[in-house]
Design a binder for this molecule. Structure first.
Ligand SMILES: [Fe+2]
Ligand SMILES: [Fe+2]
Length: 160
């Protein structure tokens, strides 16, 4: 798993601390993209910071590919696996920090670091499409052959 730069880690920390609940209008905005009750359920089970991060990522996709609802959903749902770790902002940042320092990480911290694979398996079981499950699985790593280069760039630059 690639963890990004130190400034990225610090930026995400403060973003998560500041994240406010989604407004009614933002909730409707999310609802226009998600398909089916199961996808909606996993999205809304996320902590507020991840709901907001998913929405902000999705908006960056909509800005360039409004015609691609599947890419928008991939952005909305890519971090759903994180909610299984049940870690707060500090715990998450420490998990990332430990991984960056290559220290051993177990339990909930491990689940946080494995959130891509956890989310991907869950989304696959809900029947979400290939770009959605594959982006969830690989979004901290390298592009898989299953996601075309242009789509990968759209999604990766939206997840920041
Ligand atoms: Fe992630
Ligand atoms: Fe993300």
């Amino acid at each position: 798993m690639e963890l990004g730069s130190w400034s990225h880690l610090v930026g995400r920390f403060f973003e998560a601390v500041r994240a406010g609940r989604l407004t009614d209008e933002e909730r409707r905005e999310v609802g226009t993209w998600l398909e089916g009750e199961d996808e909606s359920a996993v999205y809304w089970e996320q902590p507020v910071a991840d709901q907001r991060h998913g929405l902000e990522s999705a908006r960056r996709v909509v800005a360039v590919r409004p015609d691609r609802g599947d890419l928008v959903r991939a952005a909305l749902l890519h971090d759903v696996g994180k909610r299984h770790a049940k870690l707060g902002v500090i715990g998450r940042s420490l998990a990332s920090l430990f991984a960056k320092l290559r220290l051993p990480v177990r339990g909930r911290w491990r689940r946080d670091l494995d959130h891509g694979a956890l989310g991907a398996e869950e989304l696959a079981s809900l029947g979400s499409g290939i770009v959605i499950t594959e982006f969830a699985r690989h979004h901290h790593g390298r592009r898989p052959a299953t996601i075309p280069v242009d789509e990968w760039h759209v999604l990766r630059s939206a997840d920041r």
